[in-house]
Design a protein around this ligand. Structure first.
Ligand SMILES: [Zn+2]
Length: 156
């Protein structure tokens, strides 16, 4: 599978979030060329600020591996990780993250913070961005445009 195909799989996860009214963010974790875990944003559904796509996928990948370390995995996510998820990526020793589009409000892989390259920490993460980036960005734009429209209609 190519990087684009893995990101395509992450987009499919994001679509699951959108289908239940959640902000469309999806994630897959790859090991040895195969997807070993998937996750999507369920923050509202689960009533939990921790229910991010990446944390869900990391939890599943760890369970499957029987190890807290995911040293031979790559994490693909449609949106640049937030501080919490970037922290979890470092904690899980994931060596590489590929994200679709930037998150100017909370992105912690270079936009607001760069938690994946903190010299003082004992783990650095290589980062690649922009794989299907325009598609990931458009998915977010459409979601928020529709959300604003629904809010306006509710006020009328
Ligand atoms: Zn997050």
């Amino acid at each position: 599978m190519t990087e684009e195909q893995f990101m395509r799989a992450a987009i499919r996860e994001a679509e699951k979030a959108r289908a239940i009214g959640e902000v469309p963010i999806g994630c897959v974790i790859e090991r040895d060329g195969k997807i070993v875990a998937r996750g999507y944003n369920r923050r509202m559904t689960d009533h939990c600020a921790l229910a991010h796509a990446e944390l869900s996928a990391i939890r599943k990948a760890c369970r499957k591996a029987g190890d807290w370390r995911l040293e031979d995995c790559t994490l693909y996510v449609t949106l640049e990780p937030c501080p919490m998820c970037a922290g979890a990526i470092v904690q899980a020793r994931i060596p590489k993250v590929v994200f679709g589009c930037r998150n100017p409000k909370a992105g912690s892989a270079g936009s607001v913070l760069d938690l994946l390259h903190v010299e003082g920490l004992n783990h650095q993460v290589s980062v690649e961005e922009g794989i299907l980036g325009e598609e990931c960005a458009e998915m977010m734009r459409v979601f928020f445009r529709e959300l604003r429209k629904r809010k306006r209609e509710a006020q009328d």
